[in-house]
Design a protein around this ligand. Structure first.
Ligand SMILES: C[S@@+](CC[C@H](N)C(=O)[O-])C[C@H]1O[C@@H](n2cnc3c(N)ncnc32)[C@H](O)[C@@H]1O
Length: 202
């Protein structure tokens, strides 16, 4: 598969923030680079705005809450697993945030990557096949579109092998947002993940 032009461009220009940023994090544990969230919120988040994180557990939650709080941003956190009292237990492909939002932290579970988060019904990493996984992810993006007329997306995804073939969830999801009228803003390399900023105008 040939990478789309925006991805090839981004690859040359992508700041590798995580090599010299000051927040501690452990990408091996599935955390994303907090410096990139800080950079994103500096650019986009007005104090008093609301972000939805539809896949908010299991590892980066404390950092995400702290960083959002530092910007005066309210975080509505959902996860299908019971996490703690700060997270609403919900299937984010079916239940949206229930209020207007200004942005989304979109860090979905990966299908076929050997990591299943729980045995909850609706857990995306254990979908039957890639097509049903992608259909479910698209339903979650529908939930975003229902409540966000204008706003921004902070997407974390990677290219990784599924059943021996390279699968580019990073391009697939970015292209899905682009096809829904979002604009590509920036991509940061957080090896092996890519962090992609997108925005949507009214
Ligand atoms: C990549 S992980 C978590 C991302 C989070 N930023 C972190 O680093 O902890 C994906 C999360 O999605 C949750 N999840 C899976 N299927 C879901 C669904 N249908 N609705 C809501 N959460 C789901 C899993 O329980 C898991 O906590």
């Amino acid at each position: 598969m040939t990478p789309p032009p925006w991805y090839r461009e981004a690859k040359h220009k992508a700041p590798r923030l995580c090599e010299n940023q000051t927040y501690p994090y452990n990408f091996r544990m599935g955390e994303f680079c907090p410096g990139s969230l800080d950079r994103f919120l500096k650019r986009h988040a007005a104090s008093g705005s609301t972000l939805w994180e539809p896949f908010a557990g299991h590892t980066s939650l404390n950092q995400t809450i702290d960083i959002c709080a530092g910007f005066g941003v309210r975080l509505v956190a959902h996860d299908i697993s019971p996490i703690d009292e700060r997270v609403v237990q919900a299937d984010s492909t079916r239940v949206g945030p229930g209020l207007p939002i200004n942005g989304v932290i979109f860090h979905p579970p990966y299908y076929g990557a050997g990591c299943v988060f729980s045995d909850q019904e609706g857990e995306l990493s254990s979908e039957e096949d890639l097509d049903s996984y992608l259909a479910a992810i698209n339903r979650c993006i529908d939930r975003v579109d229902e409540v966000m007329e204008e706003g921004y997306i902070y997407l974390v995804a990677r290219t990784y092998p599924v059943k021996g073939k390279s699968f580019s969830l990073d391009w697939v999801l970015t292209n899905e947002f682009l096809s829904r009228g979002y604009e590509f803003e920036e991509a940061l390399c957080d090896t092996p993940d890519w962090i992609v900023y997108l925005s949507k105008s009214a």
